[in-house]
Structures are given as structure tokens and as C-alpha cells.
Design a protein around this ligand. Structure first.
Ligand code: ADP
Ligand code: MG
Ligand code: MG
Length: 252
């Protein structure tokens, strides 16, 4: 079973400490949600784990399937089965979506084990059906002119093709209307099994109506301050974050 374990992870951006000791363990078969106010470091956690050079991990440990994640290059992390769906996916002009996705799949499979073009197209078509994406998105340039919601669907398409062991989905629900939200949730739910663990980062509870998390973590001031089950997300939706601050004596 895949496993991502973080111990006391601290991260600085340009000398300012943003993450102040993050602890979490995500195993295959589990869906975790991190919820928290804006600007508390949720995206920083995702970017730092993928090895973004701007985010300096100053202390703590991160292990992916027992291997030291912090010793791995960015491409090694992906090959080892870590996937990040970004809050703001980038656009690449001149590269078709289909070519990009196939390169990503082949990079993960490794040299000598490339997927055949036919097989790839068949697989991409079937996943695009699940996500109710028009076939024209295969031949358009990567994310260029895609709406916010279309970019998010495309991130999920990429995830479904790459079949990561651990996926981190950063605000995959932002910019989605309710129909798109359901479709994206269906894509994530279609991956649920013991070989897939997922961390959903979100500001709102509504996505969690369609993807039932096993664990919910409240994120504030650069760390997880409270953990619980799905009922915690419901209470945050109903009452906001203030009660957590009061309960824990946190001041803004
Ligand atoms: P969240 O995802 O919870 O909204 P972020 O991780 O995006 O929060 O941001 C946390 C803090 O780190 C903010 O103060 C933000 O301005 C800062 N920050 C995030 N990314 C960068 C960056 N690339 N350069 C400078 N500051 C950043
Ligand atoms: Mg934000
Ligand atoms: Mg964010």
C-alpha cells in the first residue's frame, strides 16, 4: 500500500517561515481533507512536497513508501507515485494536451515500457468520457484558453491516466459549478482503492459532499491544528473557523 508520512515539516519562502511543523500520514485507501482559511500555507505544503525550488524545507521528514522524499528529484517523486493537481495549472502553447499527457504517462512508466499510442488513446478517451470532456480537449494546446473548470477537469484526467499512489489535489473545486464538481468527484471516487491515497486541500466543504473523506484536518497558521472525521467538515461549513480558534486559543 502507498504511504506518505510527514513529520514536523517546516517550510520557508524567501526566508519567511510559512509551514511551522506539519504532521500527517496518508495511506492507500484513505482520503484526507485539509481545510483552512486562505493564506495559511495549504498550497505551500503541496508545492513544497512536489519539490518546487522556491519552497525551502528547513526541517522535518517526509517519506513516500518508506523512501526519503526530500532526497528525490522532482521527476523521481512523480515516478515514485506522487501526484499534485495544482491550484493554478500552467498553460503550454504548442504542446497538445494529448501529447503532454502521453509524455507524462511514459515518463512515469519509464524507458522501454512506453504505452502504445492506440492503448493510450483508448484509455484517454474512456477517462474523458467519465469526466464528460469533449474530445476536442485532446488536441487543444495544454490548458491554453481552458476555463478554470476545464483546467481542473484536465488535472483530474491527468491523475486518472497516471494512477498515482498518493495524490494531492489543491483546491480542485475552485471555479467549478455544481455539475462539474460532481463529475470531478466521480473521477476521484473512481480511483478509490487500497493502492490510492488522496489529500484534498479545500477552502469549502461542498466538494466533500461528493467525496467522503475518512479524515478531516483543520489547517491554520502553517500547521494542522485539529483533526477529526467528516463531521468536522460539516461543522466548519456551518460555523466557520472562529470556534476552532477560540477552542485552541489561536489569535490572528
Ligand atoms: P493557502 O493555500 O492556504 O491560501 P498559500 O500557501 O498560498 O496559502 O500562502 C501562504 C503564505 O505564503 C502567504 O502569506 C503567501 O503570500 C505566501 N506565499 C505562498 N507562495 C508564495 C510565493 N511563491 N512567493 C512568496 N510568497 C508566497
Ligand atoms: Mg489561497
Ligand atoms: Mg492555496
Amino acid at each position: 500500500k502507498p504511504n506518505l508520512t510527514l513529520k514536523d515539516i517546516k517550510v520557508e519562502i524567501e526566508g519567511r517561515e510559512i509551514l511551522k511543523g506539519v504532521n500527517i500520514e496518508i495511506k492507500g485507501g484513505e482520503i484526507h481533507a485539509i481545510m483552512g482559511p486562505n493564506g495559511t500555507g495549504k498550497s505551500t505544503l503541496a508545492s513544497a512536497l512536489m519539490g518546487h525550488p522556491k519552497y525551502e524545507i528547513t526541517s522535518g521528514e517526509a517519506h513516500l513508501n518508506g523512501e526519503d522524499l526530500l532526497e528525490m528529484e522532482v521527476d523521481e517523486r512523480a515516478r515514485a507515485g506522487l501526484f499534485l493537481a495544482m491550484q493554478y495549472p500552467s498553460e503550454i502553447s504548442g504542446v497538445t494536451n494529448s501529447d503532454f499527457l502521453r509524455s507524462a504517462v511514459n515518463a512515469k512508466r519509464g524507458e522501454g515500457n512506453e504505452i502504445s499510442l492506440m492503448k493510450f488513446i483508448r484509455e484517454m478517451d474512456s477517462k474523458m468520457d467519465v469526466l464528460e470532456m469533449d474530445q476536442k480537449f485532446a488536441t487543444r494546446y495544454l490548458n491554453e484558453g481552458f476555463s478554470g473548470g476545464e483546467k481542473k477537469r484536465n488535472e483530474i484526467l491527468q491523475m486518472m491516466l497516471l494512477k498515482p499512489g498518493i495524490a494531492i489535489l489543491d483546491e480542485i473545486d475552485s471555479g467549478l459549478d455544481i455539475d462539474a464538481l460532481k463529475v470531478v468527484a466521480e473521477g476521484v471516487n473512481s480511483m478509490r482503492n487500497d493502492e490510492f491515497g488522496c489529500l484534498i486541500i479545500t477552502h469549502y466543504q461542498r466538494l466533500l459532499n461528493y467525496i467522503k473523506p475518512d479524515f478531516v484536518h483543520v489547517f491554520m497558521q502553517g500547521r494542522i491544528v485539529k483533526s477529526g472525521g467528516p463531521e468536522l467538515a460539516e461543522r466548519l461549513e456551518a460555523e466557520g473557523y472562529d470556534w476552532v480558534k477560540e477552542e485552541l486559543g489561536i489569535e490572528d
